[in-house]
Design a binder for this molecule. Structure first.
Ligand code: PLP
Length: 377
């Protein structure tokens, strides 16, 4: 099988799973308990945090969560509600993941006002757009690092530089698709909160964290115990935290292999360009691991199953929205027509992917295009 759906999820590394199992069995105490077993578990949890801080080279606090969705909710709602007395305006983009967009829509229903910055044809915004959107009552900017559908990379560092001179505005970035692939200055003074998800980097589903600047105060979403600085009540998932630290270690180490994906992307694009029916939606500035293209004239689900029959796994749009047949809102936001936006296929690579995988993919593509040429008309 050639698995090319790594932006939906990755296969956990055995070492990550082993670390989970060891901690779950050997250190099962509750970190809040006063006895020795509890103390051991607490120590392990602290160690996982300090390892993540060292690996990412950041002083930020780490709040363990269940993944990207929860981290985005905690950051955006937590900041918005905490700073409500100061203002109620939020800036984001039209191409964020639903775990940001739906949170913003929810906040709009609760009295906040949100500016959704439009993107250019490549899915990108500029720092000037952010600057122009800032109002007296702006409290939060939330812009994703790497887009999950097309791989567009947003100018996070430039936005952070800009926001340094607006100390009343908080800046959150969703780094779920960037970790282990594209550098992010984790310690930049202009970035207040960063979302990370474990299962996109060969970690376990249900693991993730929010990095947050020490002085950033959030309003908590879950009330109860005082775990995780009081921001996430409930007994900590110590084994999950350790497994996340392990997955982050691999992601950081393996980023040095990322460069070779550029060559694989070239090989792929070269082949895609030979078909008149195929429209490429990820430009050359996009991250190399995500390539989005549309095969117009055939439903993308039909194509996905045709590839699957030949042991190649791809996806339509993103996993969160691929079961509804509507056009991709990301591609519509990039100005694509309905036809292109509703026939998108996403191929997402892992850093360990090799040339042979793409050579094989290109052969299968040829077969599938041949098989469906009459249907396409
Ligand atoms: C950019 C982005 N943000 C957030 C998420 C949500 O992450 P999780 O599945 O860990 O909740 C995803 C998942 O697809 C994503 O791609």
């Amino acid at each position: 099988m050639i698995y090319l759906d790594n932006s939906a999820t990755t296969k956990p590394y055995k070492e990550v799973l082993d670390s989970y199992q060891t901690v779950a069995m050997d250190f099962f105490g509750n970190p809040s308990s006063v006895h020795g077993l509890g103390g051991e578990a607490e120590l392990i949890l602290k160690k996982a945090k300090s390892q993540i801080k060292t690996m990412l080279n950041t002083e930020h606090d780490i709040i363990f969560t269940s993944g990207g969705t929860e981290s985005n909710n905690l950051a955006i709602k937590g900041i918005a509600h905490e700073l409500r007395d100061r203002g109620n305006h939020i800036i984001t983009t039209t191409v964020e993941h639903p775990s940001v967009l739906e949170v913003c829509r929810h906040l709009e229903q609760n009295g906040f006002s949100v500016t959704y910055l439009p993107v250019n044809e490549n899915g990108k915004i500029t720092v000037d757009q952010v600057n122009a959107a800032i109002q007296k009552d702006t409290i939060l900017v939330s812009v994703m690092h790497v887009n999950n559908e097309i791989g567009a990379i947003q100018p996070i560092e430039e936005i952070a530089d800009l926001l340094i001179s607006h100390p009343r505005i908080r800046f959150h970035t969703d780094h779920v698709q960037g970790l282990g692939k594209i550098n992010l200055p984790y310690n930049h003074g202009g970035i207040d909160a960063i979302t990370i998800s474990g299962h996109k980097i060969h970690g376990l589903k249900g693991t993730g964290c929010l990095l947050k600047k020490k002085n950033l105060v959030l309003q908590t979403l879950s009330h109860g115990g005082s775990q995780e600085f009081g921001y996430r009540a409930g007994t900590e998932n110590v084994a999950g935290a350790v497994s996340l630290a392990k997955a982050i270690r691999y992601a950081v180490e393996e980023q040095k292999n990322y460069q070779h994906l550029a060559k694989l992307k070239d090989l792929l694009i070269e082949e895609l360009l030979t078909y008149g029916r195929i429209h490429i939606n990820s430009d050359e500035d996009c991250a190399d691991h995500i390539i989005n293209f549309s095969i117009t004239g055939v439903k993308p689900e039909v194509m996905i199953h045709a590839f699957e029959e030949k042991d190649v796994i791809l996806s339509t749009k993103s996993a969160c929205s691929s079961k509804n047949e509507d056009a991709s809102y990301v591609l519509l936001a990039c100005g694509r027509d309905d036809d292109v936006a509703s026939s998108a296929i996403r191929l997402s690579m892992d850093v360990n992917q090799d040339r042979q995988d793409i050579v094989e993919f290109n052969k299968v593509l040829k077969d599938v295009m041949e098989q469906y040429k009459d249907v396409m008309g």
